[in-house]
Design a protein around this ligand. Structure first.
Ligand code: UT7
Length: 325
């Protein structure tokens, strides 16, 4: 059977680093609170001239180079993002042009922090059906551009980043299975109220700060632990595997305490999870591909190893993929 294989990865973050101590000068917070409550120490923040496609581009070029293919070889470009260059058109189209990927179709996919896992399931379906052979899947977000920098509840949590992967058919390894879920009844626990057709942009909406990201962190927290654990159990069961078969869990990096709770409920020690939240904070759709990239770079995964990719985010959305390298 042909499976979707992640043949290469790449990543990019903006140069500018904002530490917890820098944040202490902006809002009423402390390095100790942020570290203890989230595990974050610093995050990368883009400047006013950098948009999502500008980060996606170097990450994609790195992944293409590592895969040994040119942009011309690409059949499809999928970009998971909720903070693209524009409301429309798709950032994937902007990226297609910048790369010069003249034969690729391109579209964006909106599943917030679970965007990469949702995208992986789409790439998986295209590859398994034989429709496409060279797919570029990118997770990119710049939520620092849509947070309220006077709101300590949200502005300390996010960073900007992009993770890119090239996905091709292989007969050994690859994505064994993916499970996905959603619950739109909780959509307003994490959302950007203004800018769509519900609340179009207006002076009044902006005066009421409706253009900023809103999050009810405490409520989201409960869902996150439950659904990430459930997704892991479900995908393992579908593949006839147990958590003991998994070399490394690559989770969404929203909060270290969430990851401790997930590890505890899965019955694994923390060293079985790849965690880089300290350096990048929550980069939304980019956390999983960035973590995967760093895990591979650090030699944490070898041929034949199973990795469990798992995420949770706005929508609400969640999902897990079991991937063999
Ligand atoms: O990636 C998408 C999915 N997102 C998530 O999974 C995020 C899930 N949620 C979380 O990670 C956590 O809920 C947060 C990190 C957002 C917040 O942590 P918490 O332990 O749930 O804190 P809390 O919201 O219950 O707030 C506790 C206290 C409050 O003060 P009072 O009301 O007890 O006096 C907050 O005002 O901490 C205060 N607080 C802060 N204090 C210092 C909130 N933010 C800050 C801050 N610095 N930055």
């Amino acid at each position: 059977m042909v499976r979707a294989y992640i043949v290469s990865t790449g990543m990019a973050v903006p140069d500018r680093v904002l530490t917890n101590h820098d944040l202490e000068k902006i809002v009423d917070t402390s390095d100790a609170w942020i570290r203890e409550r989230t595990g974050m120490a610093e995050r990368h923040v883009s400047d006013e001239n950098t948009a999502a496609s500008d980060l996606a581009l170097p990450a994609s070029r790195d992944a293409l180079r590592a895969a040994g293919i040119s942009p011309d070889d690409l059949d499809a470009i999928l970009v998971a993002t909720i903070s693209g260059d524009y409301v429309f058109p798709a950032t994937a189209c902007v990226l297609q042009h910048k790369l010069g990927a003249s034969h690729a179709m391109a579209f964006d996919l909106s599943a917030a922090c679970t965007g990469y896992i949702y995208g992986l399931s789409v790439a998986q379906a295209y590859i398994e059906s034989g429709r496409y052979k060279n797919i570029l899947l990118v997770g990119v977000d710049m939520l620092t551009k849509v947070v309220d920098w006077t709101d300590r509840n949200t502005c300390v949590l996010f960073g900007d980043g992009a993770g890119a992967t090239v996905i091709q058919p292989r007969e050994r390894g690859g994505v064994l299975d993916t499970v996905l879920g959603s619950d739109g009844s909780a959509a307003e626990l994490l959302y950007q109220p203004c800018g769509g057709t519900r609340v179009p942009i207006s002076h009044e909406a902006i005066d009421r700060k409706k253009h900023f990201l809103y999050m009810n962190g405490r409520e989201i927290y409960k869902y996150a632990v439950r659904e990430m654990v459930q997704s892991c159990h479900e995908v393992l069961k579908r593949c006839g595997k147990t958590i003991e078969d998994v070399r490394l869990i690559i989770p969404h990096q929203a909060n270290n305490r969430i990851l401790e709770a997930v590890a505890q409920r899965l019955g694994v020690s923390m060293d079985r999870l790849f965690i880089n939240i300290e350096k990048y904070a929550n980069t939304s759709a980019a956390t999983v591909p960035i973590a995967l990239h760093e895990a591979l770079q650090q030699g944490r995964l070898h041929e034949g190893d199973l990795a469990l990719l798992v995420s949770f985010g706005g929508g609400l959305t969640w999902g897990a993929s079991l991937v063999q390298f």
